[in-house]
Design a protein around this ligand. Sequence first.
Ligand code: CU
Length: 151
Amino acid sequence: MKIFLKLLLLLLVFFSTPLKTSHHELVFHGAYAFETFSSKGAAATYVSIFNNSKKDIIIKSLSSEIAKIVEIHDIIIENEIVKMQKVDKLLVKAKEAVYMQPGGMHIMLMGLNEKLNDGSSFSIFFLTESDISTEVKVMVLNSRLKENFIN
Ligand SMILES: [Cu+2]
């Protein structure tokens, strides 16, 4: 019964549409994360964001059922040490795109509520400064693909 309820909740999350939807504003493409072997800790997610509109758009917050904290991180090099830095507001300029990828800008899921399983998917909600929420489905990929990406 518990499993059934969980499945039902998952289905509801997948098929529900955000309250406010906007077309031709931000388009999210190819969101993915790698499977994790523990339900604890953090995981990174990557997505490409396209702004097809004529105005700059700022993403002010992210959320997901799968993690307690969802942040955008950038990679900076300080005194030859690679560090992650939180991006409080992500500017996606008019007619431009932001590409996230391993080794660069990424979405950090902290305090995972469950293990990310190969072949499954989950949602992240992106909220813009004009309070438009967009649900983005993230595919969970096999961790073996990760090595191929980095090398
Ligand atoms: Cu990070």
